[in-house]
Write a protein that binds this ligand. Structure first.
Ligand code: NDP
Ligand code: 2IT
Length: 451
């Protein structure tokens, strides 16, 4: 079949998706990217086509939408909307994070849940895919308000989840504090101490290395890609975006491996520190973001670095980029700028941070480009290891968890190489991760019948 014929099949499939899911832009984008990789593969393996596996995967098993009323510190009643998308349970219970951010809507959570299905399959652990969250904005709220919101959110969510059914975790706006409040409320309602959430504190069932896992994993994947070219992080300049969980621990691991991180960002702007964000400066970022809950601008003031108000950090000169803030944060122009400034490796700490046009630039220029499904799978992988430890009622050491994380990231890299080799010998990590993630889920769905 010609490329043109495949493109036509992708567009026919997308027309169905768009008609069924109107207005869900990010969902269309995520499905389109996967369909482009999978449709040629499915044409060559017609049993997937006959079983309508792709059509089934693109339809969530269940979507729960609920009201979340809570009282703010002034006694005023606030109403948010809560969601949980239970996307696919073919290979394990639904698993995926919760996002609290004012932009949250059905389409964004469906894109995240869809990606999660493939990502979780890549980890090689028995994890289905899900995602949830709320349009609640934790920014500027007191601890008390965040607690009241989390308790109200869990007062509905608890009846839909469970340690063998659906196990949420953190994402944007949901960290250790929020997981704690939600866990407390779940335990109170169910009178059960179980591993129903991951990202818990190690004092009460959490896994060591879970906070670090996504940023470390994105760095390990970049390292694996570079190894194939006899390269390493030593002496490399690295641009990171975001300054939350993923960005902080990507920065830490890159620095440990001999690279120099020169940028971070938040939703107000970016900082550029050509001298590098060393261990001590990173400790300050962690205090600034996790304790003080301040703005990244304060870093520029403290360390006399450049602050780029309202801008993303992609104009800085770098060898490696690790976007770790949010979706569509690198557009075509920014991708071109990165490439012309010498960037040769992109590892997506965030979910879908590149627009399709930006992705095409990286692919055309043969940048070593690891998409989020592969690159940020370390977070959910260690969530899976947290579930194992909870079931065993036995915690592992940091070393044990980190070594398992490294093994998993290496196996994800190998799976991408297996399914993503181009004719010229280079690796298409997008195609590789989409097909590798798909095969296990699709075969399981077929084995389980038309469900
Ligand atoms: P955090 O809430 O800890 O940090 C998010 C960071 O991104 C903050 O610096 C935030 O800035 C910035 N940001 C968020 N939204 C926007 C926006 N619309 N525009 C610009 N900047 C923005 O979240 P995480 O670090 O956990 O998540 C970052 C990314 O990684 C997300 O794409 C998430 O889905 C993905 N991810 C996270 C995993 C995890 O384990 N936590 C696992 C896999 C992927 P500000 O403070 O101003 O909002
Ligand atoms: O996008 C993601 O993979 C996450 N936010 C982590 C999910 C999890 O269950 O740890």
């Amino acid at each position: 079949m010609t490329k043109h014929a495949y493109d036509q099949k992708v567009e026919e499939f997308m027309a169905l998706i768009k008609a069924k899911n109107p207005g869900e832009r990010e969902y269309h984008q995520a499905v389109h990217e996967v369909a482009e990789s999978l449709i040629p593969y499915i044409e060559e393996h017609p049993h997937y086509k006959e079983a309508k596996v792709l059509e089934r995967i693109a339809e969530p098993e269940r979507v729960i939408i609920f009201r979340v009323p809570w009282q703010d510190d002034k006694g005023v009643i606030q109403i948010n909307r809560g969601f949980r998308i239970e996307m696919n349970s073919a290979i394990g219970p639904y698993k995926g994070g919760l996002r609290f951010h004012p932009t949250v809507n059905l389409g964004i959570l469906k894109f995240l849940a869809f990606e999660q299905v493939f990502k979780n399959s890549l980890t090689s652990l028995p994890l289905g895919g899900g995602k949830g969250g709320s349009d609640f904005d934790p920014k500027g709220k007191s601890d008390n308000e965040v607690m009241h919101f989390c308790q109200s959110f869990m007062s509905e969510l608890y009846r839909h989840i469970g340690p063998n059914t659906d196990i949420p975790a953190g994402d944007i706006g949901v960290g250790g504090r929020e997981i704690g409040y939600m866990f407390g409320q779940y335990k109170r309602l169910k009178n059960e101490f179980t591993g129903v959430l991951t990202g818990k504190s190690p004092n009460w069932g959490g896994s060591l290395i879970r906070p670090e896992a996504t940023g470390y994993g994105a760095t390990y994947i970049a390292q694996e890609m570079m190894k194939l070219q006899n390269e390493s992080f030593k002496g490399k300049t690295v641009a990171v975006s975001g300054s939350g969980n993923v960005a902080q621990f990507a920065t830490q691991k890159v620095t440990e491996l001999g690279g120099m991180v020169v940028s971070l960002s938040d939703s107000s702007g970016s900082i550029y520190d050509p001298k590098g964000i060393d261990k001590e400066k990173l400790e300050y970022v962690m205090y600034l973001k996790n304790v003080k809950r301040g703005r990244i601008k304060e870093y520029a003031e403290k360390y006399n670095a450049e602050y780029m108000e309202g801008q993303r950090p992609w104009s800085v000169k770098c060898d490696v980029a690790i976007p770790s803030a949010t979706e569509n944060e690198i557009n075509q122009e920014e991708a071109k700028t990165l490439v012309s400034n010498g960037c040769k490796v992109v590892s997506e700490g965030a979910n879908m941070p590149c627009t399709p046009e930006a992705m095409a630039v990286f692919q055309d220029k043969r940048v070593l480009y690891a998409p989020g499904k592969a690159a940020n799978a370390g977070g959910v992988a260690v969530s899976g290891l947290e579930m194992t430890q909870n079931s065993m009622r036995m915690p592992w050491t940091r070393e044990e968890v980190d070594s398992r994380l490294q093994i998993i990231m290496k196996s994800i890299h190998s799976a991408c190489v297996k399914y993503g080799k181009r004719d010229d010998g280079s690796i298409d990590y997008v195609k590789g991760s989409n097909i590798a993630g798909f095969v296990k889920v699709a075969d399981s769905m077929i084995a389980q019948g038309a469900v």
